[in-house]
Design a protein around this ligand. Structure first.
Ligand SMILES: Nc1ncnc2c1ncn2[C@@H]1O[C@H](COP(=O)(O)OP(=O)(O)OP(=O)(O)O)[C@@H](O)[C@H]1O
Ligand SMILES: [Mg+2]
Length: 282
């Protein structure tokens, strides 16, 4: 008999690092970063699943030229299993498309919750990373993904509004959801000095006003080849493997691998989905 998610069995995916890639302001590069970081991690022999948790337009499947037939909605309705919905992306990464499924998650019935947990539990392959490409901002749904993920990467750009919005996001996650650990990734910079400056401004503000220290994860240069890769619907690292931007992404991925949190209790895929479906319990 198949085990259910509630039986507390040791299921596949128990050691997955679940990382939300989020931002206060939109358009700072989350989707590009999720896709390419996943690609780079996969080149480093890690098994990576990207969850598209944004219902917006420029989604990860589009920037990678994929046309998924099904999405999370079909899992929740019981029409498809999770493995029928997951699509293979470049370099062996896997993508779980969400589309309308993400919005439905706010109002799941008990049966749907159990279906989802069982489905996620049944992913019979061990993953090393699950990267979540979230929507921007502080709306409830985005916050739940950030809260349920064990680690959070806040993407910022040098634009002043990106910084103030990132601060607002961290403030909400800290005050309302008790999140204390944030990694900051500065995108679209001209050099590492500019990134350091952006990071310092944000970290000074969070330390001074919230008493929260944020970690510096790294920077990604502004480069036209990012846009070119999007137009070609290919992972940038795949078509421009030796570009300075690719180098930045490899540096970030290596740092991420080195800095695994000591305790990963509550960080598995199973805990993530449980936190998502249990969010209304108060
Ligand atoms: N390092 C970079 N250099 C140049 N252009 C970039 C860089 N990063 C992202 N872009 C461009 O910025 C735009 C926004 O990127 P992306 O869609 O990844 O942002 P996002 O944060 O996911 O946006 P949204 O909040 O709408 O989901 C895209 O056109 C992308 O090509
Ligand atoms: Mg996006």
């Amino acid at each position: 008999m198949a085990k259910t998610a509630q039986q507390g069995d040791h299921a596949a995916g128990d050691n997955v690092r679940v990382i939300a890639i989020t931002s206060g302001k939109g358009g700072v590069g989350k989707t590009h970063i999720a896709a390419n970081l996943a690609y780079v991690l996969s080149k480093m022999k890690k098994k990576v699943l990207v969850l598209d948790a944004d219902v917006g337009l420029a989604n990860i499947d589009i920037i990678l030229g994929l046309t998924p037939e099904y999405n999370l909605h079909h899992v929740l309705s019981g029409e498809k299993t999770i493995s029928e919905v997951v699509v293979p992306g470049p370099g062996g990464i896997k993508i779980l498309p969400s589309a309308s499924g993400i919005q439905e998650m706010a109002n799941l019935s008990k049966g749907q919750k159990l279906t989802l947990l069982d489905e996620m539990n049944s992913m019979n392959e061990d993953m090393d990373f699950m990267l979540i490409d979230t929507a921007a901002g502080i709306a409830g749904n985005v916050m739940y993904f950030n809260m349920a993920a064990k680690e959070i990467i806040v993407v910022v750009s040098p634009e002043p509004t990106s910084l103030t919005d990132a601060y607002a996001l961290i403030k909400v996650l800290y005050n309302a959801y008790d999140e204390k650990r944030f990694m900051v990734l500065v995108n679209m910079v001209k050099d590492s000095d500019e990134a350091g400056e952006v990071y310092r401004k944000l970290s000074n503000a969070t330390e001074h006003f919230l008493n929260v220290s944020v970690e510096y994860l790294g920077h990604i240069l502004h480069d036209e080849c990012v846009r070119k890769a999007v137009v070609q619907q290919k992972a940038l690292v795949e078509i421009y493997p030796y570009s300075p931007v690719s180098k930045c992404l490899f540096t970030v991925a290596k740092k991420l691998c080195r800095e695994e949190p000591e305790s990963y209790e509550g960080g598995s895929m199973k805990f993530f989905w449980k936190a998502i479906v249990d969010k209304d319990r108060g």
